[in-house]
Design a protein around this ligand. Structure first.
Ligand code: XIL
Length: 382
């Protein structure tokens, strides 16, 4: 997925910045990289949550008990967010060390933080190819798989019933490169055990356990103009249409949006992505941007240059996404640069800390914060 034109794009940005195109609130772009060279400034002190909520949009972030143990982070989180997303605490492998055992202490700690700061709570994720516990393979068989799936969902969803804004019921079930019918991920343990029907079964079990939560299908790699992303958008639409036609209790599509800076600079398919959003909305579904962040691992080392490019990407993406009225929520995957999965999964080769999120490691609002704030300020109400 590495973009061969990224080096060219970055040099164009550097040339433009060297020519004096950076650092002020006004638009400073040139040519095809225009959006990446803008600088952003959202006046006033209002938080991201307040700006989003003024438009009927929910803003929040994913986090962990470890991050919230940092008092400065916790204060910033409560100030900027309206929803707390469980980054890992409700994944099955994080809940269950031994067969059928559950330890909810991390999730309960997050819920308690959310309640005491008047935040809503969002669960991630019930059924995924890569979050089953270590004991799963030796214990779950084609004979007991349906019962295990239903039992897991009933237990976890039931525990937080009535307290969840939304649940990611099924995560990343589509993988066109695996060449299964419908573009489904054939290597998923659930697909291997139960066939394609596991997706609908999961939504039905979640609705039984919590009739109030918004039930979400959550997916990645939907944003670019590559053949792969085109296939993925098509397969996701087919899946959503089938679930709706079967009367499955599905309410929204979650778009992860872990944006890769290189790909966003060269391959963001604004037209195809926008058309995709309309088609999802036409199925009667809401849309949530569920895991937004910007991977900066190949961007220039200079922090201010990097921040300007990252901010431009946030603004461009959100301007397109929020132009669809069915988009009702935006959640970033983390809030500040010192607590992000990118440090581990997508580190920079020069060893510098990554800068993918709206706040820096001192909880200061970055250019990205202003870009997101501006996108909320100019979004139409919904
Ligand atoms: C990531 C977490 O952020 C990491 O802390 C963890 O080690 C691995 O998973 N898409 C998803 C999330 O749906 O569950 C992933 O979260 C990020 C990609």
């Amino acid at each position: 997925m590495r973009c061969p034109f990224a080096a060219v794009a970055v040099s164009m940005i550097l040339i433009a910045l060297a020519a004096g195109c950076g650092g002020t609130p006004e638009s400073v772009g040139t040519g095809s990289t225009n959006s990446s060279l803008q600088s952003f400034f959202a006046p006033g002190d209002a938080s991201l949550a307040a700006r989003a909520s003024a438009k009927g949009i929910v803003y929040g972030a994913a986090t962990t008990p470890n991050a919230l143990a940092d008092a400065r982070f916790a204060t910033a989180f409560a100030a900027e967010c309206k929803v707390l997303v469980t980054e890992n605490a409700l994944k099955w492998r994080d809940l269950s060390a031994t067969p059928y055992s559950y330890d909810f202490s991390a999730a309960d700690a997050l819920l308690s933080f959310a309640r005491s700061h008047n935040l809503t709570f969002r669960g991630h994720t019930l059924v995924s190819h890569d979050t089953v516990p270590g004991w799963f393979q030796a214990t779950v068989t084609p004979e007991n798989a349906q019962q295990v799936l239903r039992g897991h969902i009933a237990g976890v969803v039931g525990r937080y019933a009535g307290q969840m804004h939304s649940w990611d019921v099924v995560n990343e079930a589509v993988e066109p490169s695996e060449l299964e019918p419908g573009g489904l991920r054939g290597s998923s343990p659930w697909y291997r055990l139960l066939g394609p029907g596991y997706i609908e079964q999961a939504f039905r079990a979640a609705a039984e356990a919590d009739p109030k939560a918004l039930l979400v299908y959550n997916e990645n790699w939907l944003e670019y103009d590559t053949p792969y992303c085109g296939q993925k958008r098509g397969a996701v639409l087919d899946l959503l249409a089938k679930l709706k036609a079967a009367g499955a209790p599905i309410h929204a599509l979650g778009i992860q949006a872990h944006l890769d800076a290189d790909l966003m600079l060269q391959n963001f398919d604004a037209v195809g992505f926008r058309a995709f959003l309309s088609k999802v909305a036409a199925l009667g579904l809401k849309i949530m941007i569920t895991e937004l962040d910007v991977r900066d691992r190949n961007l220039p080392a200079d922090a201010d240059t990097r921040d300007a490019i990252v901010a431009g990407i946030y603004h461009k993406f959100l301007s397109v996404a929020l132009s669809e009225p069915a988009v009702i929520a935006v959640e970033t995957w983390g809030l500040s640069d010192n607590y992000t999965w990118n440090s581990t999964y997508y580190p920079r080769s020069d060893g510098l800390p990554v800068r993918p999120l709206p706040l820096d490691d001192a909880m200061k609002r970055k250019r990205a914060w202003h870009a997101i704030a501006q996108a909320f300020d100019s979004a139409a109400p919904r």
